[in-house]
Design a protein around this ligand. Structure first.
Ligand code: ADE
Length: 247
């Protein structure tokens, strides 16, 4: 699992029989989450950092499945702060080796999109729906904080996510991505890189993101505020329900 420091800190109390190890500047926490063996770490930000963390999890811990959690900026006009996106497939929006190959095509793989595992998507859908329907965030985050961020009833979307080494902070950036890839739901900086590592190593994987900002001029303020106050509650609620399931 990869996540942000705030998410890791909130998840640690749920981890039993915990051990930790420092490799390449990251701390990897291994243990059991509701009786299932896991290892989790803050991936750090950006494609290279996240790919490196995923590779270490594979080589040092022999993981077979990888779950990436975090936040994302909205691209689709329907998405609001506090909505949840489960990735169906991911693309590196900043990968461009034209004219040698098509725009966004991953060199040597002959692929542009990488699909997530349908079984993990179904499990995540189930747990996110439980979190939303049981209004679990209302008590975890608090009604006042939800109101502050204008979150009423979070929506769940499944679809395309774009990743790249850019923080989206303007309407122009957002529009340019929409014109190039019209079905993208949200943008972040790691998912498609981790997807490539998982694809190349036959790992089952999934990506779940909470919308923290609108990928526009307000993002510089909204993104850090959401991470400080809200994001980790979403991750804890979703993973807690996910790992309570029988699978
Ligand atoms: N993750 C969360 N918000 C983002 C944004 N605006 N751009 C890129 N990644 C993000």
């Amino acid at each position: 699992m990869g996540a942000m420091p705030e998410e890791i800190e909130s998840l640690l109390p749920l981890l039993t029989n915990r051990t930790e190890r420092s490799i390449g500047g990251r701390i990897y926490y291994a243990g059991e989450l509701h009786g299932k063996n896991i290892v989790m770490a803050f991936s750090r930000w950006g494609k290279v950092a996240a790919a490196s963390t995923a590779t270490t999890m594979l080589q040092a811990y022999g993981i077979t499945d990888l779950l990436f959690t975090g936040v994302a900026g909205a691209i689709d006009a329907n998405l609001k702060t506090g909505d949840i996106v489960i990735a169906e497939k991911l693309i590196q929006h900043d990968l461009d080796a034209r004219p040698i190959m098509a725009q966004h095509e991953i060199p040597l793989l002959g692929k542009t999109w990488i699909e997530t595992d349908p079984v993990w998507r179904a499990r995540l859908t189930h747990s996110v729906n439980q979190v939303i329907n049981q209004k679990i965030l209302n008590s975890l985050v608090g009604e006042a904080a939800l109101k502050n961020f204008d979150i009423h009833s979070p929506g769940l979307y499944t679809g395309e996510i774009a990743s790249g080494d850019q923080f989206f902070r303007s309407k122009e950036q957002k529009l340019a991505l929409q014109q190039l890839l019209p079905h993208i739901l949200c943008v972040e900086m790691e998912g498609a890189a981790v997807a490539q590592v998982c694809y190349e190593n036959d790992l089952r994987f999934a990506v779940v993101r909470t919308i923290s900002d609108a990928s526009d001029e307000k993002s510089v303020i909204d993104f850090p505020a959401f991470i400080n106050k809200i994001a980790s509650h979403y991750t804890v609620a979703i993973l807690d329900h996910l790992f309570r399931q029988d699978w």
